[in-house]
Design a binder for this molecule. Sequence first.
Ligand SMILES: [Zn+2]
Ligand SMILES: [Zn+2]
Length: 336
Amino acid sequence: MRAIVYEGANQIAVKDIPAPRLKEGWALVKVSHAGICGTDVNIYSGFHPRATAPLVMGHEFSGTLESDGVPGMAKGTRVTVYPLLSCGHCTPCREGNGHVCNTLGLLGIDCDGGFGEYVQVPVESIIPLEDRVSFKMGALVEPVAVCVHALRGRGFTPGDNALVIGGGAIGLCTALTLRVFGASSVLMFENDPFRAELARSMGFEVVSTVGMDVEDYCKSRTGGDGFDWVMDCAGVQPVANMLLDAVKVRGHILIIASYPKPASMPFIKGMFKEITIEFTRVYRRKDFAVAAQIVAADPNFEKVITHVLPVEDAQKGFDLAMTKGSNAIKVMFSFD
Ligand SMILES: [Zn+2]
Ligand SMILES: [Zn+2]
């Protein structure tokens, strides 16, 4: 089968490799679409602590079930796949929090993933796609599940207002998810003109923070209060500096971005406002199932996918995903 194989730092190749030999309790999926995530870029760059070459990356994918005997699902079912691999017996797993397993693994990092024509996946991780969800959108379920998990079970209430900082794939999906979940208003901070324009085309108001007094501005936009929810989808120090100025008294800050470097915050401001700061990591199965529904709830989700390339263009795909100013948000490969 054809696959994009990670062969070492900054080295990938499109190759013919043997199809997976099925393990007990796993099933075969014929991949249709697979998206490049920041984690894949991290692996490609040689920075990921667990990924070892040779590896077929990819944990955001859709395809067709090729195996018989999966309970409740016929061969040929259109599916996406919950890519987390939890141990099942550590304390977080036993307490029902397998998504933050002490030794959490992922398809495409700890074993071969979706950047190949075929991938084997645990039977219980297969999630059927509704007819109205295309394969392309099926491969977007994973990043949307991150945003769904960020909001579900944290006290978000329809009618709350929100500020989303950062208009990359996760920022755009977070803004769209907030709107589906009934936010009264969603404002975005994004300084890149292409990203700002893309968010505007989805119906969001977007402002640049260049030269902005963040505290004054956020007060002026919220009747003097600040935002109920401030979503950090950027993960850089200048954004960490503004979170506590943007949020209202007793409001919520959600760190959705993964910070590559340690960051600091003026904690005293958080104390005075009695702020809740929460971090969020991946998703539960239920979040994944919800995401598989809501990608079809708003046609704007499709705009997040800026490039779909044939598998032969693997290098081009990674170059697009890594180059600042390439105007790429979500880059996908098609195996069809
Ligand atoms: Zn990802
Ligand atoms: Zn575990």
